[in-house]
Design a protein around this ligand. Structure first.
Ligand code: MG
Ligand code: MG
Length: 267
């Protein structure tokens, strides 16, 4: 069942979604070689609690941490620990917050130090595909229009693997609501988009094959060929006009550019 949000609910959600961006920006200012993924997680968790919110992911179906931290060949659902960040790593950070009865959910992949041109291109294409999907997130279109835009660009044009097992979702009072939002599919297929829907659109794109495997830790999902994977996610409110992006990368990008330990190619 799809739950449509009122205008008042959208404004409450916007606060949760923007808070996720601020939590990301705090991480973006902090990430550097030599620190552990646990330290990144703890900084984000404290930031969320300081802002009178709770981390959505902690204990969600038993998930063991406040944030999902997935390194390099990890696609999603990695969790923090003693892993030490080093030059050349990419780190996908997925953060959810729950505040005033609604969730915000956003992911961003950071590049530590110098990364190869090949990996830069993966990040560039994955991030661009998110905005191509968002462009289709308008009342009257269908879920498949978003899905197809992402797949065409990443898989057909750039030859990357689009993960099939993991998809975006509706967002609201629950972290995962209907409908599912795949990153692959046929134009004109799936549920019709209507005003008041909020969708978490989140391409998970592999440099190599689309297949994934589950690590024995019970959570982490890796690429089958162990090539890197990237993940970017925004929360989008469907309107009759332009897509209304409730989350924001603005503060993340500002912090990222200011942090000499992070590399991002804007070319
Ligand atoms: Mg997420
Ligand atoms: Mg999500």
């Amino acid at each position: 069942m799809i739950r449509y949000k009122t205008k008042d609910e959208i404004e409450i959600m916007r606060e949760s979604c923007l808070l996720v961006g601020k939590a990301h920006a705090a991480a973006a200012a902090f990430i550097k070689p030599g620190i552990t993924t646990q330290q990144v997680n703890d900084l984000v968790e404290e930031f969320i609690l300081d802002n009178k919110a709770t981390p959505s992911f902690k204990n969600y179906h038993g998930f063991p941490a406040a944030t999902c931290i997935s390194m390099n060949e990890a696609v999603v659902h990695g969790f923090p620990g003693s892993h030490v960040l080093k030059d050349g790593d990419i780190i996908s950070l997925d953060i959810g917050v729950y505040k005033n009865g609604f969730h915000g959910d956003s992911a961003y992949t950071y590049a530590i130090g110098e990364i190869s041109e090949e990996v830069k291109q993966l990040l560039r294409v994955t991030k661009a595909s998110l905005y191509l999907g968002i462009e289709k997130a308008r009342a009257g279109n269908r879920i498949g229009d978003i899905a197809n835009a992402i797949q065409e660009y990443t898989e057909k044009k750039h030859g990357y693997g689009v993960v099939r097992e993991l998809v975006g979702h509706g967002l609201g009072r629950d972290l995962h609501e209907d409908p599912q939002v795949p990153n692959y599919g046929k134009r004109g297929s799936g549920a019709k988009l209507k005003e008041g829907m909020v969708l978490a659109i989140e391409p998970m794109i592999n440099m190599g094959v689309k297949e994934v495997v589950h690590l024995s830790d019970g959570w982490t999902i890796l690429t089958k060929d162990r090539k890197p994977s990237a993940h970017f996610e925004h929360d989008v409110h469907i309107t009759k006009g332009d897509p209304d992006i409730l989350s924001s990368f603005e503060e993340i990008e500002t912090a990222e550019k200011a942090n000499p330990n992070l590399t991002w190619s804007y070319s």
